[in-house]
Design a protein around this ligand. Structure first.
Ligand SMILES: Cc1cc2nc3c(=O)[nH]c(=O)nc-3n(C[C@H](O)[C@H](O)[C@H](O)COP(=O)(O)OP(=O)(O)OC[C@H]3O[C@@H](n4cnc5c(N)ncnc54)[C@H](O)[C@@H]3O)c2cc1C
Length: 545
């Protein structure tokens, strides 16, 4: 199997690493002469880091990050909310920041692990033509006006202005409720328009004396401002601009930033030590492609969806796309599934992406509003919320962010609420005493997870052809105090110890088997007496055409 990826942005580079690990021949075509030097994305969430873990690059990437930052929402000297999650269900912090050129460089270095993955710069894809068997990709290079590449599948990771999306005539739509965020002017002042229509000035600089490591949302309606601390003393400032406003004088900018800090009594942001390195104006958009697949061509990342950056979800959503799709090609290559499973990419990703766009747009609309009336109501709402700790906790723990939960696609829906969700990732201890993260022992393929299962004999069904073909790895977790008993069990390598408090979710289903997909989503939860039925349904799910 050969796959062509168009675009070496974060989405394309992560997808190439994931395909590289699956030993799939992959060609990445990028029109620029090198990786981007332009920092755009700045924050990554726990799921994004888990996707990087799938590519085996999380440790390298995390060395270059500011991990686990709090996000403060400030208005008129009040702290409206402080988001600082204490729980890490995915095994990683919820908010970390990075420098995009460093992240892309590490992702591209990751590709050097795979001789079967090539990255070509100065290769501009002009169009794609497909039939039932293959896709032809027409490419322009500095030396050849037209050259042809052929592949089994194409992943269009070519950004918001995607040539491929346009050549396939896939329309973009705004997945919001009527009258909200349609992108049309309301006829009122810009301050009253939705955030994604506003122009924002984005400034990247370095503080010679690094200030507070945090993300500050200064929510004053006269001019909403965001400040994000990043590694190596960097700080990103984002300022809402008024219609036709341009601020290009650095002294004026620094004065504005200082005024913002003074108004909110934020003395820990060292604006006077800031050297501005880059500034650019962005108009943020909310849009999603109506289809994510046309035949053998798939849209991923910004080519498939765009959202304002206030939830820090654009790149993270692209990472989820790559993690969702790539393992499915692996199954097809090893003939464990037929190509119809690829339709599940759109079924699974589209609903979640729409929720993320809505979430990010609402955040911008409410938190970064330029409307004094909405701002007043917002402040009253948050100050009241703080008086109800159990409700406020949903905000401070970031539980308000839309979570993925597949009801359609490659999942065996049952009454079990965990089916279609990401399995939590606690720390486990191997029988050799090593502390590892769960995904490391689950391995790159399917895994069958059980808790306190002592009946080895009940697993003979795993020897049957279907389970062998799916290459299911068996992992059994035991409580820390069961170490001695477990040592006497067979299959020591498949047994691990875990702090029981970290597997509350599994304890409720201790007589069940949890079948986990390679992208760490729960495919099925079942009892031993249901195995025959589950096997039949899985066979149908993966191999019917
Ligand atoms: C100011 C700002 C702040 C942001 N902050 C965050 C954040 O904190 N967290 C977050 O998750 N997201 C954030 N985002 C969004 C994030 O930057 C994007 O979602 C992400 O960069 C998209 O990655 P991508 O790889 O899909 O597309 P891109 O990064 O746009 O990459 C597309 C690549 O395709 C190449 N290409 C295009 N056309 C062709 C062609 N025809 N042939 C060959 N190559 C082609 C381009 O040169 C480019 O390299 C932010 C965005 C902005 C603007």
């Amino acid at each position: 199997m050969r796959i062509i990826i168009v675009g070496a942005g974060p989405t394309g580079l992560l997808a190439a690493n994931l395909l590289g690990q699956l030993k799939i021949e992959t060609i990445v075509l990028e029109r620029r002469s090198g990786l981007t030097l332009e920092p755009r994305a700045i924050s990554i969430d726990d799921e994004g880091l888990r996707c990087c873990q799938m590519a085996g690059l999380h440790k390298l990437l995390m060395e270059q990050m500011n991990l686990n930052l709090p996000a403060l929402y400030l208005s008129h000297r009040h702290v409206l909310a402080c988001i600082a999650p204490t729980e890490q269900p995915n095994g990683f912090p919820s908010i970390s920041t990075f420098h995009q050129p460093d992240l892309e460089e590490t992702l591209s270095i990751g590709l050097t692990r795979f001789p079967h993955v090539q990255l070509h710069f100065e290769h501009t894809v002009c169009s794609v033509v497909q039939n039932d068997e293959q896709v032809q990709v027409i490419v322009k290079t500095p030396s050849q006006p037209e050259t042809l590449f052929v592949a089994d599948y194409v992943l269009a990771c070519d950004g918001g202005r995607s040539t491929i999306r346009q050549s396939l005539a896939i329309p973009l739509s705004t997945p919001l409720f009527p009258g909200f965020g349609s992108g049309k002017r309301s006829g009122k002042s810009t301050r009253e328009k939705s955030s994604h229509n506003q122009r924002w000035l984005v400034i990247d600089g370095v503080e010679s004396e690094p200030g507070e490591p945090a993300i500050h949302f200064f929510c004053q309606p006269s001019r909403p401002v965001v400040a994000v601390s990043a590694p190596n003393g960097r700080r990103r400032w984002e300022l809402m601009l008024f219609p036709d406003e341009f601020i290009d004088q650095q002294e004026k900018l620094i004065k504005l930033l200082k005024q913002t800090c003074e108004r909110h009594q934020s003395t820990q942001l060292h604006v006077s030590t800031l050297t501005i390195q880059r500034q650019a104006i962005y108009t943020f958009q909310s849009a999603v492609a109506e289809r994510l697949q046309v035949g053998r061509v798939f849209l991923l990342g910004d080519a498939a969806h765009m959202m304002p950056p206030f939830g820090g979800q654009g790149m993270n959503s692209g990472f989820r796309d790559a993690a969702n799709l790539c393992w499915k090609f692996g199954l097809i290559q090893q003939r464990s599934a037929t190509s119809h499973i690829l339709a599940s990419y759109q079924q699974e990703r589209l609903p979640h992406v729409k929720q993320m766009i809505l979430f990010s747009t609402l955040l911008g609309r409410l938190i970064m509003t330029g409307n004094p009336g909405i701002a007043w109501l917002r402040d009253r709402f948050f100050l009241t919320l703080q008086k109800c700790p159990w409700l406020y906790q949903n905000v401070s723990e970031l539980k308000i962010k839309p979570h993925t939960g597949y009801t359609h696609g490659l999942v065996l829906s049952t009454a079990q609420k965990w089916v279609g969700r990401l399995v939590p990732q606690p720390e486990i201890i191997t029988m050799q005493g090593e502390h590892r993260m769960l995904d490391e022992v689950l391995g790159p393929g399917f895994a069958l997870l059980t808790l306190y299962n002592r009946e080895e004999k009940s697993l003979v069904w795993l020897e049957r052809p279907f389970w062998q073909r799916m290459n299911v790895r068996r992992i059994c977790l035991y409580a820390l105090n069961q170490r001695q008993e477990v040592k006497q069990l067979e299959g020591e390598n498949q047994n691990c110890l875990v702090n029981s408090e970290h597997v509350e979710w599994l304890r409720k289903h201790r007589d069940h088997y949890w079948l986990i997909r390679p992208d760490r989503y729960v495919l099925a939860i079942f009892r031993v007496e249901e195995v025959a039925e589950i096997e039949k349904r899985l066979e149908h799910l993966f191999t019917h055409s």
